[in-house]
Design a protein around this ligand. Structure first.
Ligand SMILES: [Zn+2]
Length: 344
C-alpha cells in the first residue's frame, strides 16, 4: 500500500472525527458529512488513487477505506443525536410554556332548529304510540293530489302553487302523500307521523319555497272529532306549555271532512294579547280533520269500519311561535349567529 495514500486516509479520518465532534449545529454537521462522506467528498476522492495501486494493494486499501467510512458514519450518528438533544433542550428553554393559559375554544356544531322541532314533536307524539315516516320528495301526481281527493279538475289545486317535474310528477307540496303510502302498505290500526321538506312556488317574509311539515294520521275503528281534539290539546300543552287552550275553526281541506283550522291560546302572552297574536290572544298553528271517506276509498280501506283523523303543522311556523323568530327566511340561510341561539 502506498504510504502516501494510507497517510492521507488517516488524516481524513482524524480531520473528519474532530470536525464531526466539534460541529455546533445539525446543519453544520450535515454539511461536514457531505464534505467527507458525500459523492464528491474526501473519501470518494481518495478511492480514485486506487487506480495507480498494484493488484495486491487495491483490496487492502479498499478494505481500509470501508473501515474508515463505517467508523466515521458511527461518529456522525453519535454527534447528530447529541446535537439534536441539545437543540431540543435549547428550544424548550427558549419557549416558555405557560400551561395555565386558557386553550383555544373550538366551535361545536349543533342541531338545526327545524330538526330540533321535528324531534320534539315526534318525542311528544311517540308517547301516544305514533311512529315516524318520510316518503319521496318527488311524488307522483296521484299521491300528491288525486288519492287525497284533489282530482285534476278540482279547484283545490289552485290553492297550491306547485313545482311540476313533468306531467305526472311534482315536488311534493305537502307531507300528506306519506299518509297514502302508509294506508296502502301498512296494517291497521295505524298511528303515524309524516314529516320532511315540502315545496311550493312561494317566497316572502312568511313563506319559503322549501319548508317542512309534520303531520299525524290515526286510523282505527271508531275514531271521532273528540279523539282529534283530545290529541291536539295534549300536543299543544306538551309542546307550548301547560294551561294553553285549543280551539277549532271550521275550514275546508279536500282530504278531511269535516275540517278545521287549529288555534291555540298565544304561548307568549297566555291569551292576554300581544304583537305575535295580533292582540287576539290566539295563534293559528295548523289544520286538521277526520279523514275524508274518499281518501279511504282511494287507498282501499274499508269505511266506515275504519275511520281516522289527521292534523298537520308547518315546522318553521312551530319554531317561529315557540322561539319568537320574526323572519322565516332565517331558517334556510344557516347564518351561525342565528343557529347559535339554539345550542342547548
Ligand atoms: Zn300573544
Amino acid at each position: 500500500m502506498s504510504n502516501t495514500s494510507a497517510q492521507k486516509l488517516d488524516s481524513i479520518q482524524n480531520a473528519a472525527q474532530t470536525a464531526f465532534k466539534a460541529a455546533s449545529s445539525s446543519k453544520d454537521l450535515y454539511d461536514l458529512k457531505v464534505q467527507f462522506l458525500g459523492k464528491s467528498g474526501s473519501l470518494t476522492e481518495i478511492m480514485k488513487e486506487m487506480a495507480s495501486m498494484s493488484k495486491e494493494e487495491k483490496p487492502l486499501f479498499g478494505k481500509k477505506v470501508n473501515e474508515v467510512k463505517q467508523l466515521l458514519e458511527a461518529v456522525y450518528s453519535e454527534a447528530e443525536e447529541a446535537l439534536k438533544k441539545n437543540e431540543i433542550s435549547a428550544k424548550m428553554a427558549a419557549e416558555e410554556l405557560d400551561l395555565t393559559l386558557p386553550g383555544f375554544a373550538r366551535s361545536k356544531g349543533s342541531q338545526h332548529p327545524v330538526n330540533m322541532v321535528i324531534e320534539e314533536i315526534f318525542g311528544i307524539m311517540s308517547r301516544l304510540g305514533y311512529s315516524i315516516r318520510t316518503g319521496p320528495l318527488i311524488e307522483k301526481d296521484y299521491y300528491n293530489f288525486e288519492a287525497l281527493n284533489i282530482p285534476a279538475d278540482h279547484p283545490a289545486r289552485d290553492m297550491q302553487d306547485t313545482f311540476f317535474i313533468d306531467k305526472t310528477h311534482v315536488l311534493r307540496t305537502h307531507t300528506s302523500p306519506i299518509q297514502i303510502h302508509s294506508l296502502e302498505t301498512e296494517a291497521l290500526p295505524l298511528r303515524v307521523i309524516g314529516t320532511g321538506p315540502v315545496f311550493r312556488c312561494d317566497s316572502d317574509i312568511s313563506h319559503l319555497p322549501n319548508f317542512h311539515q309534520i303531520e299525524a294520521l290515526c286510523v282505527d275503528e271508531k275514531v271521532s272529532m273528540a279523539d282529534l281534539k283530545g290529541t291536539i290539546s295534549f300536543f299543544v300543552r306538551e309542546y307550548f306549555g301547560a294551561g294553553l287552550k285549543t280551539r277549532f275553526r271550521p275550514s275546508f281541506f279536500p282530504f278531511t271532512e269535516p275540517s278545521a283550522e287549529v288555534d291555540c291560546s298565544c304561548p307568549i302572552c297566555k291569551g292576554k294579547g300581544c304583537s305575535l297574536c295580533k292582540h287576539t290572544g290566539w295563534i293559528e298553528i295548523g289544520g286538521c280533520g277526520l279523514v275524508n271517506p274518499k281518501v279511504f276509498h282511494a287507498a282501499k280501506i274499508e269505511y266506515p269500519k275504519y275511520q281516522g283523523f289527521a292534523f298537520g303543522f308547518g315546522i318553521e311556523r312551530m319554531a317561529i311561535i315557540k322561539y319568537g323568530i320574526e323572519d322565516i327566511r332565517l331558517f334556510p340561510e344557516n347564518d351561525v349567529r342565528f343557529l347559535r341561539q339554539f345550542v342547548k
